[in-house]
Design a protein around this ligand. Structure first.
Ligand code: PLP
Length: 375
């Protein structure tokens, strides 16, 4: 059998499908030369806000920027503590640190791998100002108890929805629960530009106004700088790509869900864990993450068969050199730490073919049975 190459993600497929439309839009943007805060960004902001069930959205230059703008707009700053998780991409913590605040980690639910809200109480201090739940891998955090806790203690909630465009909790889209929802639109996310971009969603007009000001050098009127802001504007060429891709997001998410269902049906009894989907939520599978014994061997075996894998993420943030200043030690977040040595992400993108899926599944099965026979 000719072996099928299956990359972890295939970004060319979407480009090729939309190439004529994208090229035409690029030409129009370049002819008009309105390269920032242009009509396409405004149209995209409108569509994305509506999609998320929010009144406002503020396009910007990256998911990291989105988080930083949101925290700043919520007046989170030096000395403030922000509760989040260690099982996430570094940007979640970078944004907290960039505004001068201190990340405080809680452990995760061993089944969903997401923030365990039951632990919020144990890290609450008089300096706690906000919670950043992360809808990691595409599954929503259980938002109701998080929101209840935040309201009871006067805390802001900033959702990191960078891996969960379109995911729902109790039928409502993520990014619409907290004070602000933050999305990366980095090229490999569920909705991605051809480079860097991000967006914030909110129902709070005042926060939206502040985030618009912060993204553009602290000004609403050109050369009048009301506060010290930043340069975090969305590039109009990226907005053009996003506006073209936006109508396809639902279909792409549905394709991811169909692939995930195939993986789960066929691998449930073969690997140590397949992704869990809570009955109160929908999963959009930015990543399809399993647990498997002897992970490094597993990855090498798949590599041999032309199958790409990755680990999201190999070292929890609280054990990263960059976070040493916060004083965490190995053993302090046992669920997060144990998980990090067992997880692997399998190839996942909307354009995966049936043949590619079967090749991955067969290879995983072959590996699992070789493990069993070696015991
Ligand atoms: C990708 C990502 C970010 C950062 O987004 P960038 O656009 O790369 O800055 C933040 N949080 C999570 C969970 C992410 O996956």
């Amino acid at each position: 059998m000719a072996s099928e190459n299956v990359p972890l993600v295939d970004l060319r497929a979407q480009y090729l499908a939309l190439k004529p439309e994208i090229m035409a839009a690029f030409e129009e943007v370049l002819e008009g030369m309105q390269l920032f805060i242009g009509p396409r960004q405004k149209a995209f902001e409108q569509e994305f806000a509506t999609y998320c069930g929010c009144q406002y959205s503020v396009g910007n230059a990256s998911g990291t920027n989105a988080l930083e703008l949101a925290l700043r707009a919520c007046d989170i700053g030096p000395g403030d503590e922000v509760i989040t998780v260690s099982n996430t991409f570094i940007a979640t913590v970078e944004a907290i640190a960039l505004v001068g605040a201190i990340p405080v980690f809680v452990d995760i639910d061993p089944e969903t791998y997401l923030m365990d809200w039951r632990q919020l109480e144990s890290v609450l201090t008089p300096r706690t100002r906000a919670i950043v739940p992360v809808h990691l891998y595409g599954h929503p955090v259980e938002m109701q108890p998080v929101m209840d806790f935040a309201r009871a203690h006067g805390l802001r909630v900033i959702e990191d929805a960078s891996q969960a465009h379109g995911a729902t909790y109790q039928g409502q889209r993520v990014g619409s629960f907290g004070d602000v929802g933050c999305f990366s639109l980095y090229f490999s996310k569920n909705l991605g530009a051809f480079g860097e971009a991000g967006i914030c969603t909110t129902n709070n007009a005042d926060l939206a106004e502040k985030m618009r000001m912060y993204r553009d050098h602290g000004s609403r009127v050109r050369y009048l700088h009301e506060v010290i802001g930043s340069n975090a504007r969305m590039d109009e060429l990226q907005a053009a790509v996003l506006l073209i891709k936006m109508p396809h997001l639902e279909r792409w998410n549905a394709a991811r869900q169909a692939h995930a269902q195939t993986y789960t049906e066929q691998l449930r009894d073969v690997v140590d864990a397949v992704p869990v989907v809570r009955d109160w939520g929908s999963h959009v599978y930015c990543y399809y993450v399993i647990q498997i014994p002897q992970r490094d061997q597993f990855r090498a075996a798949l590599q041999e068969e032309g199958i790409g894998t990755n680990i999201h993420y190999p070292t929890p943030l609280h054990l990263q050199p960059a976070c040493a200043q916060y004083g965490y030690k190995a053993g302090m977040l046992p669920v997060t730490e144990a998980l990090a040595s067992q997880i692997v992400s399998l190839p996942m993108y909307p354009e995966l073919t049936e043949k590619q899926l079967q090749h991955v599944i067969n290879t995983v099965k072959k590996y699992a049975s070789s493990l069993a026979s070696n015991r």
